[in-house]
Write a protein that binds this ligand. Sequence first.
Ligand SMILES: [Zn+2]
Length: 198
Amino acid sequence: MASQEIENLAAALSRLPGLGPRSARRAVLWLVKRRDTALGELAQTLDAVKELLVECATCGNVDTRSPCGICADPKRDERQLCVVEDVSDLWALDRARLFPGKYHVLGGKLSALDGVRPEDLAIDALLGRVEAGGVDEVVLAMNATLEGQTTAHYIAERLEEYPVRITQLAHGLPVGGELDYLDEGTLAQALRARRPVG
Ligand SMILES: [Zn+2]
């Protein structure tokens, strides 16, 4: 039986997605054996990230700076804006740089059941970005759920008054946690085959 501190570390690690108690223990053992190198490095890195984490004031991405790395990247095509429900969707899409433009994170989806209204999401901020000009196309990359699609329709309606092309993925994104398992070919295909809304 390990000391309470080591047990606590194992318990904390076991709460990470994809890491059960057994893998957590294995990770702890690995770290303990490398207490002078990897353990210190991990502790420092975690501390640094925790200190710096901030939500991008422009797109809602989470990064260590605001504007985030994507918003600040001059090589990104500002004329294309991809709207996603959550940061996890942004990261999945951006994993392989599948989308050349920039993003907008809504922070959820409309849901009568959960009481999520349009004003609870970053929809006004999105309209503000479009209104500011320079955007040619808004890609609605919502999850393939009823609520995701309802959200997409609502946003498409709100965008109608602006001179932008509104498209959506050929297939909606799978829900949250499954994104990691979605291969890039499928995502790339859904993006390539995106179609106009309405
Ligand atoms: Zn950003």
